[in-house]
Design a protein around this ligand. Structure first.
Ligand code: PGA
Length: 244
């Protein structure tokens, strides 16, 4: 695993966007695995700017997202489909039909999960997967648990995740309790993984990724089994990792 320590959020976003640009420029048909949350917003801003400046072309690119809340549709401003449209897709030359986010309104969630994994396989797998990390070590919505799930599946969000994500909602009661998420096995099948973490609250979880121990209590520690992971952290997280 490679660790890159950057000065701040802005630099993290620039470095991450450069890495995505390199993948897209090498393969204009690449499959990008995308994430939601505060962490990748700056990266998406950089990609939008690059696209405006003709430095990156998304016309043949396909994207798959990690997760979606159950019960929220694309018109709901809290849904991850809405987030992706607003923060990236509406501002770049990507074809909407080439962007995939699990359907949180699917009547048959198990069927949707199965089809989502089939879709990813059909596309040929993910060339580069962007990940944030929860302060509890979750990646996508794979929460700490006694056992992790490999494929896309329905998951119960933990209290800490619901509390953390309530900042995007009017009240904590509005945060969905369940989500559809890509499983850890599917994430691990990505050819390359780029994990971004900034802010003190992420330091303990990130530190464990470099501990040599793998535990389902911190799903991100699984990434140690992958052969091409780059972790980009800001200086504060970097220091906390090194000093502990
Ligand atoms: P954040 O979320 O980017 O909003 O901090 C990351 C995550 O929970 O995976």
């Amino acid at each position: 695993m490679k660790l890159i320590v950057v000065e701040n959020y802005e630099e993290m976003s620039r470095v991450a966007a450069d890495k995505i640009k390199a993948v897209v420029n090498e393969n204009p048909n690449a499959i990008l695995g995308l994430a939601t949350g505060s962490t990748p917003v700056g990266t998406y801003k950089e990609l939008i700017e690059m696209n405006k400046n003709n430095e990156i072309d998304f016309s043949q690119i396909k994207t798959v997202n990690l997760d979606e809340y159950i019960g929220l549709g694309e018109k709901d401003p809290q849904s991850y489909r809405y987030f992706m449209n607003e923060n990236l897709f509406n501002h770049i030359n990507i074809k909407k039909e080439n962007t995939f986010v699990p359907n949180g309104l699917a009547k048959d969630i198990e069927e949707e999960a199965k089809n989502y994994d089939m879709k990813i396989d059909e596309l040929g797998g993910i060339d580069i997967q962007i990940l944030g990390i929860g302060s509890n070590g979750h990646i996508a919505f794979n929460e700490p648990a006694d056992a992790l799930t490999s494929g896309t599946h329905l998951t119960q969000l933990t209290e800490s995740t619901i509390a953390a994500n309530s900042r995007f909602f009017n009240s904590i009661d509005e945060v969905p309790k369940t989500a559809l998420t890509m499983g850890v096995g599917q994430i691990m099948k990505s050819k390359r993984i780029l994990l971004l973490a900034n802010g003190d609250s992420k330091a303990d979880a990130v530190k464990e990724i470099f501990s040599g121990k793998i535990t389902s209590k911190n799903p991100a520690t699984m990434l140690q089994m992958h052969k091409d992971v780059t972790v980009i952290v800001d200086k504060k997280v970097g220091e906390l990792i090194k000093n502990n």
